[in-house]
Design a protein around this ligand. Sequence first.
Ligand SMILES: [Zn+2]
Length: 403
Amino acid sequence: MRFFIHLLVAVIFSTTSYCQNEFNWCMNKSQATPTSKTMNDLVRQISAYQKSSVEVIIPVVFHIIYNTDAENIPDSVLMQQLDIINEDFNLLNGDTNSVRSIFSSIIGNPRVSFCLANIDPDGFETSGINRSETNLQELTVAQMKSANTGIKGWPANEYLNIWIADVTEGILGFANAPWDSTPLKRDGIVLDYTIVGKGNTEKGRILTHEIGHFLGLYHPFDNNCEEISSGNCDSLGDKVCDTPPQLLSYNCNDDSQNTCTESTDDQLDNWENYMGYASGGCRVMFTQGQVDRMNAFLSIEPRASLVSSNKCSSFTGLTSFNKEILTIYPNPSSGIFYIASTLSSVNDYRIDLFDLSGNMVYQTNFNKNNKMLDISVLPKGIYVLTITINSASIPAHRKVIIK
Ligand SMILES: [Zn+2]
């Protein structure tokens, strides 16, 4: 009977694009255009490169479309949501310690950060937050993204657009996959206002889930137990090999749950995974395989442009980081960092430190006798450091993480 119910749900998914909240809060279609085997070859080729040398910081713009005061989410809650995704995508979320030991060895760290845009598409300063009042009580995804009924997206090759409103039909989240990103003005993520920030049962993790889709991930339950029947785990199921195959389930914290029985090395369901549907806030991890797949999509268009976007003006030139110029260690640290650079011929230079909202939070002058940076007074989190010599920023910046 249980299998029949799952089968029924699967049929509903494959024939319905807009689904009901209780069944499918994430509008992404489970049968979306599959990526090819080539994609997985690419994953293997570039993941090592990605892990070592690229500083990924993606400019974000929030578009708030509201009918009631509750829907007009305050800046403070949006900042909280930005913190949540920055923690989750840098493995700084404290709740990873709730992952069962059988999965702890496959936890991955995407090392992707998100900054609030502070330059708009016309080159003017912006808060990175757009607001528009509407007479509509609920909006479809298309209405949210329309200039007439919502807010037109900013160029998606430079910004991650995140639209927030009271979304129709119980949809909590929707993301365009990289292979489904056109037209570019519609590319981005949609969220229901009820699940933004920490003060909801999902603890702000719906956006983490949707960014996973935006960077090329499927649900671990997509295509059901398909992965158990073949060795082609990189082209079946969710196309990620280290995520155990599973059926859709909303259960949280069921230690014995095992909805797909693999013929060899059978594994329990990984309900801790951000990309599943376990409700109640127990989703706390990506796997390394999922991280490799996201990194692969970040290295090719349409997502690669986001990595080189300079719409967080405080730390422009994000792709030009050169390890030769600047090394910071240990990183993460508790707040004491040492700096090694090839700038030894320069006697004095200035270091600026920014938070991911673009605010400068620390500035100091350095010389070759002073290589220690003590910022332990700052709150834990992710910062971006730049170096300036003779009033000119050099193309070097690093994320520094205070843990
Ligand atoms: Zn989803």
